[in-house]
Design a protein around this ligand. Structure first.
Ligand SMILES: NC(=O)c1ccc[n+]([C@@H]2O[C@H](COP(=O)([O-])OP(=O)(O)OC[C@H]3O[C@@H](n4cnc5c(N)ncnc54)[C@H](O)[C@@H]3O)[C@@H](O)[C@H]2O)c1
Length: 316
């Protein structure tokens, strides 16, 4: 049986656990710093299993020893931004949390593939990779699948067609610097540009760009978790079943797209080996410039965390 561990049993972590259990992708361990809460959630999900008909074992715990020998570890532990907190404060606090969490992962699950979720995603993923000492193919971040899912959903609603027929890629950083690619978007193989005006596409891109903020405004407290958890589950399934799907994920670049030593959202081939290949698309000048701009923003965040040994984020 595969073993999947999730650090942080909050909204995203617990929802991901429930989806993964329903898909019977493996036994699941949820770890959180809050006493007893993960045990409560684990027990609740276990009690759902006879009705939902899954045999995955779900354990909630405060003890990292329970993640031993996990195939995949998902990290969702972190704080949300609070009023009065600067972006730098949040970055530092979440880097501290993820740093200590990653040390535990490296100790107890040294062969695992790590999927980072905690924000700010791409910078925190870089930090986790450094702390873990793992090869970069075994540390990646989730962002692009969620952004692409939002774009796909908006397109499906606009055209009145099934979400299943929409295929797209959203690259770049998570948040304002994402790079949606309408040129690589199709509906049952028909290019999006043949089905919608440029103006409508631009509106849907804008909504996608602010997709996270739209949910935050509606929820009042907390941020999106159903769609993020679904995106995580898709990555886990792809890895565990070695499906070798091409998915947009935050991956470590070593010169692809003229970008070096940064984690950023690009299409990858995902399989049992983690990031098995980074796919280099033929981007237009403006698409490439947008991706490289994302990289520059992340370079600043990485430097803020004290990683100064390379200033090669974007090659001139
Ligand atoms: N990458 C994405 O697509 C994406 C999408 C949504 C949310 N997020 C991010 O994921 C993170 C979690 O979001 P959420 O909505 O689940 O938040 P949440 O507050 O519901 O859950 C976070 C959990 O982390 C736990 N935690 C804090 N410090 C810990 C530690 N040291 N060890 C173990 N657990 C610890 C908390 O107790 C809490 O249960 C946030 O950083 C959020 O911004 C990312």
């Amino acid at each position: 049986m595969n073993k999947i561990s999730i650090i942080g049993a909050g909204n995203v972590g617990a929802t991901a656990a429930f989806i993964l259990a329903n898909k019977e992708l493996g036994d699941i361990v949820m770890v959180d710093i809050v006493q007893d809460m993960p045990r409560g959630k684990g027990l609740d999900m276990s009690e759902a299993s006879p009705v939902q008909q899954y045999d995955s074992q779900i354990t909630g715990t405060n003890d990292y020893a329970e993640i031993a020998d996990s195939n995949v570890v998902i990290v969702t532990s972190g704080l949300p931004r609070r009023p009065g907190m600067s972006r730098e404060d949040l970055l530092q606090k979440n880097a501290d949390i993820v740093g200590s969490v990653t040390e535990q992962i490296a100790k107890y699950a040294p062969h695992a593939i790590i999927i980072m979720v905690t924000n700010p995603l791409d910078i925190i993923t870089y930090h986790a990779w450094k702390v873990s000492g793992f090869p970069s193919n075994r540390v990646m971040g989730q962002a692009g699948i969620l952004d692409s899912a939002r774009f796909r959903y908006f397109i499906a609603v606009e055209l009145g067609v099934s979400v299943e027929d929409i295929s797209t890629l959203v690259l770049g950083g998570y948040g304002d610097t994402m790079v949606p690619l309408p040129r690589y978007t199709s509906v049952a193989g028909i290019p999006l540009t043949e089905l919608m005006s440029e103006e409508t596409i631009a509106q849907l891109i804008e909504r996608t760009r602010h997709g996270g903020g739209e949910i935050v405004e509606l929820l009042k407290t907390g941020s999106a978790f159903y769609a993020p958890a679904s995106a995580i589950a898709q990555m886990v399934e792809t890895i565990i079943k070695d499906k070798k799907r091409i998915l947009p994920c935050s991956a470590y670049l070593t010169g692809q797209y003229g970008i070096d030593d940064v984690y950023i959202g690009v299409p990858i081939k995902l399989g049992i080996g983690g990031v098995e290949e980074i796919i280099e698309l033929q981007l237009t000048e403006s698409e490439l410039a947008a991706l490289q701009k994302s990289a520059s923003v992340y370079r600043e965040g990485i430097s803020f965390l004290g990683y100064r040994n390379s200033s090669r984020a974007v090659r001139k």
